[in-house]
Design a protein around this ligand. Structure first.
Ligand code: C2E
Ligand code: CA
Ligand code: CA
Length: 450
């Protein structure tokens, strides 16, 4: 086969084709080069192509700590390193930031041998670069995809497979390269199918709203519930939100899902009111994606008008991280809702980088302490001190406190003594379907409206 040396670091050429910082080919030129190479090799027996996608772990941190110039130097050194002459080398490109792709001809090599070579190459680079960062170890994340049939596979899909494996390597926290596996392919297909079937799942009501009761800490009577989405497939299998919410957040479809959940909850409350049955306030989750624009407030007002629901029955939950990220959009929304009489909870408090100072500045009615506070069955002395202080501080600020993830009697007894107002957790009830929740309401009345 021909030896094509494409995309060697080319720092002297300033053109559209090369990235000015690293001198490597830009993505689109790299891809078209690869397509050409593949077609030139259509008669080469055993032609086998591997895509290696890498980034530098904690690059943002390195940039912030050592400065952008040092960050750029690192990118240049990596570019030069991967461009060293190598008979198997077919091309490199700098995609963006610290993302790089290399293409290698692996004909005649076993896959294991190739992966070992990549690991060795990465280790070499990590050794070379270490002294430039005061001996702080620098690691690469690398994903590899070997095309089984280069002539018939789509090259951009191959690149995206290698990229997927790179992202997976971050989960494993390893600097060994991760190969794109059959399981990863199954995950991608599963995610694509989920995305494609969501609109239908809403229409056909495969997505159901479950309710998890909230109880008073002293009487243990039900005083509200949180609406949680469940996807129940036709075969009866259940998909939990952790599997589909992140996906829907990444493609924006979460907005549709949330609107659906809100409609179902409003409808449920209306039906109960019309039937003269007991109703408790229901809280609904709000994804951060809503705050890309200002449509949420008007949508909720429309629902209130359409279903004529007294606002005391409606609550919304916003995670503490949304408050931090999107404060300028959140504040007007929260003020508007509270002005209407809708309560706002700060969800998952304590799960991220909470600042207690947040409580000082933000208008909220309820603080929902995250499950992390209760990570042991028996609370440690330190956990108890922290919980008591957070609860007492919230109370002094006139904020009600709900503890999530209460799973046993020890926890609930301690929290009651510490002054926590409400509980939500498996000890009282798991999230349950509407019918079971209605029964739970019957058995565990009574909401006193406060
Ligand atoms: P979240 O808002 O923090 O909801 C509480 C989660 O904790 C629920 O998980 C619930 O099942 C679980 N949980 C409740 N009590 C206990 C307990 O005692 N122990 C343990 N270990 N877990 C407990 P779920 O239903 O799987 O929901 C996960 C997350 O998905 C929710 O966390 C929420 O962030 C999101 N989510 C669920 N439904 C919706 C929705 O309709 N819209 C949006 N935007 N997000 C949703
Ligand atoms: Ca929640
Ligand atoms: Ca929560």
């Amino acid at each position: 086969m021909n030896e094509q040396n494409l995309g060697n670091a080319n720092t002297n050429i300033s053109s559209n084709v090369f990235d000015p910082l690293t001198g490597l080919k830009k993505y689109e030129y790299f891809v078209s080069d690869l397509k050409r190479i593949i077609s030139e090799n259509k008669n080469t027996p055993d032609f086998k192509l591997a895509i290696v996608y890498s980034d530098i772990r904690y690059f943002k941190y390195l940039n912030d700590t050592f400065g952008y110039n040092r960050g750029n130097e690192l990118l240049k050194m990596y570019s030069e390193f991967i461009s060293k002459p190598n008979p198997r080398f077919l091309g490199n490109c700098h995609v963006y930031s610290d993302n790089f792709i290399s293409a290698t001809n692996v004909s005649g090599l076993t896959e294991e041998r190739f992966y070992a070579e990549i690991d060795k190459r990465n280790k070499n680079f990590e050794e070379i670069i270490k002294p430039f960062f005061f001996d702080r170890p620098i690691f690469l994340n690398t994903g590899v995809y070997i095309l089984r049939d280069a002539l018939n596979e789509d090259i951009e899909t191959a690149i995206s497979n290698a990229n997927y494996a790179r992202k997976e390597s971050k989960k494993f926290n390893t600097d060994q390269c991760v190969q794109f596996s059959d399981q990863m392919m199954k995950d991608i297909i599963f995610r694509m199918e989920l995305s494609a079937s969501l609109p239908m799942a809403i229409e056909t009501k495969e997505i159901k709203v479950f309710f998890q009761p909230k109880v008073d800490s002293v009487t243990n009577k039900v005083i509200g519930a949180e609406a949680l989405a469940r996807w129940i497939k036709k075969d009866g299998s259940m998909i939990y939100p952790d599997q589909f919410i992140p996906l829907l957040e990444s493609n924006g479809m979460i907005v549709e899902l949330d609107y659906y959940v809100y409609r179902e909850v409003f409808k449920y409350i209306r039906e109960r009111l019309d039937a003269g049955l007991e109703v408790v306030p229901i809280s609904m989750n709000i994804s951060r994606v809503h705050f890309k624009n200002d449509e949420l407030g008007p949508y909720i007002e429309e629902l209130l008008a359409q279903y004529k629901i007294p606002t005391e029955y409606i609550e919304f939950e916003l995670t503490e991280s949304i408050y931090i990220d999107r404060i300028h959009r959140i504040l007007p929304f929260v003020n508007k809702m509270r002005g209407l009489g809708i309560k706002i909870s700060m969800d998952d408090f304590g799960s991220g980088y909470s600042s207690l100072n947040l409580l000082n500045n933000l208008p909220i009615d309820v603080l929902k302490l995250d499950k992390v506070f209760l990570s042991n069955d028996d609370l440690s002395r330190n956990q108890k001190i922290i919980l008591s202080c957070v609860i007492s501080m919230a109370k002094q600020l006139n904020i009600k406190v709900l503890c999530e993830g209460v799973e046993n009697k020890h926890q609930s007894e301690f929290l009651t003594t510490a002054g926590c107002d409400m509980f939500q957790g498996f000890y009282f009830s798991r999230p349950i379907c509407e019918e079971d929740f209605n029964q739970y309401l019957k058995d565990n009345k009574i909401y006193d409206g406060k």
